[in-house]
Design a protein around this ligand. Sequence first.
Ligand SMILES: [Zn+2]
Length: 399
Amino acid sequence: MHDAMLLGLLLAAIAIGFGLGIRHATRRSRQAPTASSSSLSKEYFIGLNYLLNEQPDEAINTFINALDVNSDTVDTHIALGKLFRTRGEADKAVSIHQNLLARPALSRSTNQNVQLELARDFMALGVHDRAQRLLHSLLEQSSGEEYRYAAKQLLVDILEREKEWQNAFDVIQPLLKQHPGMRRPASHWLCELAQEEIQQSSRALARKHLKKALQLDERCIRATLLLAELEMDNGHYDRAIERLDHIPTQDPAHIPTMLPALKRAYVRNDDIAGLEKHLYRLLNQAPYTSVIVMLGELVHQRDGVDAAIERTGEWLREAPSLGGLDYLLDLYVESQRLSGRTSPDTRLLLLKYHTQALLKDRPRHRCRRCGFSSDALAWQCPSCRRWGTIKPITGVEGE
Ligand SMILES: [Zn+2]
């Protein structure tokens, strides 16, 4: 696929090159033919020869040398640089872009565009400090708003990778009004800062960051979860429950995420009846497997296994799921054990074997943006790098 793209670009480069060659030639045919126009065509033929001999690297180098940098070809150079970078050859992209920057004739906006590309090359090479320096100097050159925003986004990308949350926040904060799309990442940087403060036992500062995070993005469930944890650490279980109760309104898909904290708050508050009532409320709102299983366990502990089988069976009829069926089979096995069987029914064990096989290696979370899936919940998608897009997988095979 990359090779096909490469070939397409090269052919475009050749076409431009020949076009220029012909233009040069016709312009100059009235005068005496010059050495430069004939050397241009010669290099193209050499490049073409490399290409036909399947030596794309040599072919590209020859074409780049042959391509004059002027307003007609500068885009081709930039495109070739990008192509190298996406092929994992950012070092070559660097030399193309540096070669472009060495030309004094570039327009101001092209120069800024090439500097941005060069910063992306350095990032791809992992040389974050050089990319940062370049972006800072670009920002100092009182560039156009469009380039400034692009430069700031790249800068923030580096700062995120370096886990410099406060610096990332400081870069973006003045832009939050014009660019509301940055509010969500900014709220997560504040959550990161809050977590650092919690580790250093500065709870008051952590709380401040979290409240600000919620002001920026009222749907930031991560901030709500952390605030609930802080309440629990202080022994304020009712307040923790009150916080957690916001999560289904903020984002119902995260009900499975908050269940462990909710259970902990009620258990520490010695209020199992309250937990059951709360879970029934959630069940009516979103009958997720994790809610059903938690509720089933409460019935199991209080009224015994047969009552749990009956109730769980009813709930699963409304919202069937593989995880729910697996749990129901556990209850059946337990019921047989209690009724005095020495070993459970082999048919039950066979069904249990199948549900386990189907559940094994099944990811529990998925990015709603790019489809990346993982077992654990990550607040920033490692694949598309968006914040807050990974959510529990729900439904028949889900949580
Ligand atoms: Zn993603």
